[in-house]
Design a protein. Structure first.
Length: 280
């Protein structure tokens, strides 16, 4: 996140006609090394630095947004190893109040079935992978239980769940053919829920936007992104608007209803064949 802030400030500098960090440093009275460290994410800018930078480059109106980002850099980026140091259950439990408060969910995952509609066996395989990858305590049973606690919100209140999966998510093999068949059956079942909309983006669909990364959007106030190293919480309004736009563009490529069911049924047939072949 600090690197992203630096890239944005560098863009401001160049747009304003300062072709080098040296020229910008001369205009601000700073050391050239300070400009370089800020732009490359090796040094935190102060709030005063942001105001000077935006004022000098003609971006005064963006100063408040950037300062809000600055204040939340540590909060926005949470390393998985630190978060999972006592196991995955604590992180799963932490999400429950957020789910309770959210009215509209927008979920995009091109490769994996969204956690709240996972079966216990599928979730178990995911958490085993997480524990092995990050070399953190394996509290798999407790983590799965907390993840399944989220499912109550599918049935309570007036929440709306807009879920988009890439077709690849139907084939990413977590747990083997039997686990995958049960997970795909679960997808067929949740499609009947009145407040859940499940769309599938076919592998051959013309795309309105590149596939990108998975994200979960909670109302219009928070977007959560998971990378291999960290969980990122996006709260800046302009960035949230971009994710809202991205979700809408992915939705243009999705199929729903019977067309989505046909894709799921084809995936089920794939794993049934795989199961027969492994037994035969």
């Amino acid at each position: 996140m600090r690197e992203a802030l630096g890239v944005r400030l560098r863009g401001f500098r160049k747009d304003a006609g300062f072709s080098s960090g040296r020229a910008f440093a001369a205009a601000t009275g700073w050391q050239e090394s300070k400009v370089s460290r800020i732009e490359n994410g090796r040094q935190n800018a102060s709030e005063d630095d942001i105001r000077v930078w935006c004022g000098l480059t003609g971006h005064e109106t963006e100063a408040d947004d950037l300062i809000a980002t600055l204040r939340h850099i540590d909060e926005l980026w949470m390393e998985w190893r630190r978060m999972l140091e006592s196991g995955a259950e604590r992180r799963q439990k932490k999400s429950l109040p957020l789910y309770r408060k959210t009215k509209v969910f927008r979920i995009w995952d091109p490769n994996v079935v969204w956690g709240t509609i996972q079966t216990s066996a599928y979730a178990e395989n995911i958490f085993q992978q997480v524990s092995a990858f990050h070399e953190t305590p394996a509290d798999t049973e407790a983590a799965v239980a907390r993840r399944l606690d989220r499912q109550q919100y599918l049935y309570e209140g007036n929440r709306i769940f807009n879920v988009l999966l890439g077709e690849q998510a139907l084939y990413s093999n977590h747990g083997g053919s039997e686990v995958m068949r049960a997970q795909l059956d679960r997808l067929m079942a949740v499609m009947a829920l009145p407040r859940l909309s499940l769309g599938i983006v076919p592998r051959t669909a013309p795309l309105a936007l590149w596939i990108g990364h998975a994200f979960s959007m909670f109302d219009d106030r928070l977007v959560m992104i998971e990378t291999y190293s960290a969980e990122i919480s996006v709260t800046q309004p302009r960035e949230i608007e971009l994710y809202h736009k991205a979700f809408g563009l992915h939705r243009q490529s999705a199929v729903y209803g019977q067309a989505a069911r046909d894709l799921i049924l084809t995936a089920i047939e794939h794993f049934e064949r795989m199961g027969r072949e492994s037994r035969g």
